[in-house]
Structures are given as structure tokens and as C-alpha cells.
Ligand binder design. Sequence first.
Ligand code: BG6
Length: 489
Amino acid sequence: MDTKRKDCDIIIFGGHGDLSFRKLLPAVYHLYNDSHIDEKSRIIIISRQKMTLSGQKELVRKKLIEFLPKGEFDDEKSANFEKQLEYCKIDFNNKTDYKNLKKILDFFPKRDRVYYFSTSSDFYGKICENLHNSRLITKNSRVVLEKPIGLNLKSSKIINAKVLEYFKEQQIFRIDHYLGKDTVQNILALRFSNRIFMPLWDASNIDHVQITVAESVGVEERAGYYDEYGALRDMIQNHLMQLLCLIAMEPPCSLYANDIRDEKVKVLKSLRLLDTKDIELKTVRAQYIQGQIDGKIVPGYTQSKDLQDSKTETFVAIKAEINNWRWNGVPFYIKSGKRMKRRNSEIVIQFKSVPYSIFHNNGANISENKLVITLQPNESIQLELMNKVPGLSKHMKLQKVALELNNPINQKRKSSAYERLMLDVVLDNATLFMRLDEVEAAWKWADSIIEGWEQNSTPMRNYTAGTDGPSAAIELIARDGRSWHDECC
Ligand code: BG6
């Protein structure tokens, strides 16, 4: 991709939030210092707090030291970066506050503007309206919307419609940072640049697919946000659905944004909606209770301040099904949870067993082939195959071996998903962002689960922090005679 330098103003609403300090500012710091964005570009941090510019610069430096991976902070680079920082105090709902921003932006009226909304989606409409009334939305403006947009399809539609009153669809970048991860993009490369997978990628050859995103962290400082959303809205409706789409989609006719999005939307629209009976059998929701992670006691979810009465799920497992020709009868088991045993995100494509084993008389079991795509903590792609145990044994013995695809990284430093995506917004490339119909189709499916849960058709389970989740999740897949890939590790 063309990564020529481009100057722009990046305006971060929610600039003092967790995401901004942990991910956005470190990403922009690198883009700036690695000359992906022009050195004249400015980063304008917006927050409700009253603060001087020097106070702001000091705060950003402190947070960069805290959140940049070890060895990535550099005094000189930080000093250069700080020169480009601006600060603006805005109460999102107060239209007169936007005059302060206008003063800053009007220095370069023609420059590209990237408005990054790292706030609750409840504010998106109001911020757009105030930007518009202050004449801050130019034809060279773009807006980045963080997920989740709304709490369900209905609220998502209202928010998106409001944003669309002020920005055109081409100017709206709905971000899902999973799409910025290299291994996730590599799914497209793996599937569509290797012929060997082409004839195998369907219901005749694939038994089932598993998608797991397990985190060992809890909700940290984001309890207020998380408790309103829970694992289904925070992770499944967006990140896991995007992974599912990339695995299940048909080959797009090109890499252009809309061609890829067209194929993803078809998958989302083919997802079987869950009715009350399905909810009971095919979904599990649970909350963690006190346990141990890395030898340390961690409190249960409801032991945290203000969460005593919470009914929010921190773990979800679902058997998803896609009603189309390619995937009919192939379950996609997906799960995600906080405070699990270890951080582990992987996609497992399990192939069917051989039609007949000529080795069974030797007592040799043949394991099914698996393609295991690990996203976190380390990225890898492994194809599990059967192989002869070398040597002179009387009967031929078999063993499982993994062919590993190593992706050599030729860079000194591995860039983050947010760097990739921020740069794409600056370059006006929407390929890795979600279109309105994608978001809505994902909500429609998630709503079928939310509604079932609201009718209490499946109980809230518990799981001990530091484990693989509730036993009900194991039962969910065991009912079909299968097991989770990570259960054995
Ligand atoms: C965010 C969720 O979108 O993704 C967080 O809001 C979650 O709750 C995070 O922790 C996980 O991202 P990653 O890249 O660390 O897997």
C-alpha cells in the first residue's frame, strides 16, 4: 500500500480516556516518528478537563512512558511529538466550547481532518451536530467511530443515522481494531493466495470452526463502560464476528473496500438467528468469581466497586450457524471471556476425518487435520498433519506434527493494529473498516441472543477467575461430540 506522507489534523474526542492513552496516542506517536504522517500534522486532544497545553504535554509524555511497549519510548522523539500536540477543552454537549476547536483548526482550513470519537457512542450524534454547527466538517474531514455503536440494532440505527446527517458514508470509518492485526489480515492472504485451501474450504471437508478470544485481564478501569455492555456487545458482536466473516466469506472480486465488505455482509446476513430454544442449547453466559491468575488472587467481577448487583456477562460461548451452501451443517463455536486462565486468541479450522483408515489394525488413531491460526499472545499459523513415527517399529506408528508457517518480520518493531488503522484513515482507505450494513447485520444476530437472555432463557453461570470458563461451555460443544481446542493445553 502507498504510505506516502500526508499532513492532517487528528482530533481525538475522549482524549483522556483509557483507549486514547493505551492505544491511540502510542499509535500516533509511532506514525509521526516513523514519518508515515507529515511532521506538520497536529494531534488535538479533546477532553472535558481544564488544562494548560504544557500540562497536557506532560501528561501525554507520562502516559507514553507507561503504555508504550518496553524500549519504545524515546525522549527526543517524544519531545518532537509533543511539539505537534494541541489541547482543547470541550464539554461535548456545549456548543460554545467548539469555538475553541475552531480557532485551532482554522489555521489550516484545507487540511484533512480526522475526527476520532473515542467516547461512548451516546455522544456521537451530539458531537457531529456541534461540529457541523461550528462549521468544522469540511469535505476533507473523516470521522472514526469506535465500537460498539449502540447497545442493540435499534440504538445503533439511531446513532448511525445521526452521524450520517453530517458525514457521508465514505467519510465514516467504523473501526474494529481486530481488522488491523496482521494475522487477521493474513487470513485473506492465506485463503485467497493459496490454491490448496480452495477445494477444502467448505462443508464437505470442514467439520467445524472454533474462534476463541480469551483474556486474562479483567475490566481494569473500564468497569463503568463494560458493565453496560458485557462480553456479547464488547467482543462477540464485533471482533469475533469479523473473524468469523473472514473465515467464512466467499472470495471478493477485488481488495477494494466495498468488494470485501459485500462478501462479509453476505455472511452476516446468512447467520442463523437464535430462537428461544436455541438460546438455551447454543449459548452460555457467565460471570467470573474470585480465583487465581499467575499465583495472585483476583476478586470476582461483582466484588469490584459499584458492581455488587451486576448481571453483566464476562464470558460468552455460542454455537453459531451459517445458512448458506458453503457452510450448511458446519458449526462455528465461538467464545470469549475476561479473567481466563491465559491470554489466548485463536481460530481453529478442524477438517473432517479421513473417510476410512487403513491404519486402524495397527491400533493407530488418526487425528483430524487442523489449521490453527493463533492471533495472541504470539502470532502463528500451524497446519496439524499426521506423520509416520520414524524408526523400525513392527507396525507403522503415526504421530501428529505441525507444519508451521513463520511470518518473518522485517521490521525492527512490530506495528500495532491501531497504527495500521489510523494510517488507513489518514490515507482515506476504508478496506479494514465496517460499513453500515455490516454493523447492522451483526447487531441483528446479536439481538436475537440479547432478547433471549432478557427473557431469561439461559441462566447466568459462574466461572472461577483463572480457568477456561464455565463447565457449561464445555458441555455446549461436548453435546456435539467435540471439544475446545484450547482445553487440552
Ligand atoms: C476491546 C474491548 O475492543 O478489545 C476490550 O473493548 C478488550 O474489552 C480488547 O480487552 C481486546 O483487544 P486485544 O487486542 O487486546 O485482544
